[in-house]
Design a protein around this ligand. Structure first.
Ligand SMILES: [Zn+2]
Ligand SMILES: [Zn+2]
Length: 142
């Protein structure tokens, strides 16, 4: 895929990434709803070739993942698992070139705010379906 270059709202944090996966993914779990205010949407970015500069604050939102944001303007930057391939689930709005990427997957879709139901034929999983496949999860209530 193509390289991405982007920045937070105030411009203090800049991110360059050499490789993204070419799609968007969404999550409606309660943790993501609290963090984003409604719905979490990301573009998965490979860990290799990611360069970040600026005042990044990291929050360990669970035993297995962190969420990062700009400590000046508060823009959300990424969600990242501690284990696995280490890829970043970056906030798409940081980058201009992701404008036309398709939505490929939606998890916790049974938790979606009723005004934020996503149309389309992308892959969907309910909370029960997703947690059955991911044994490290113990519910989505922060
Ligand atoms: Zn900022
Ligand atoms: Zn979530």
């Amino acid at each position: 895929m193509t390289a991405l270059s982007g920045h937070c709202l105030c411009g203090a944090v800049t991110i360059d990434a050499t490789d993204h996966r070419g799609f968007l993914a969404a999550c409606h779990c309660r943790m993501c709803q609290r963090w984003t205010g409604g719905i979490f949407v990301c573009v998965p970015v490979e860990a290799d070739g990611v360069a970040v500069s600026g005042p990044v604050a990291r929050y360990a939102s669970s035993d297995f993942a962190e969420r990062a944001f700009c400590s000046v303007c508060g823009s959300h930057l990424w969600f990242r698992m501690n284990e696995g391939d280490g890829h970043y689930a970056m906030m798409p709005g940081l980058f201009d070139p992701v404008q036309d990427l398709p939505l490929k997957s939606e998890i916790y879709h049974d938790r979606a705010l009723s005004g934020l139901v996503l149309a389309g034929d992308h892959r969907r999983a309910t909370r029960a379906e997703y947690e059955a496949r991911n044994a490290h999860l113990e519910g989505d209530q922060p």
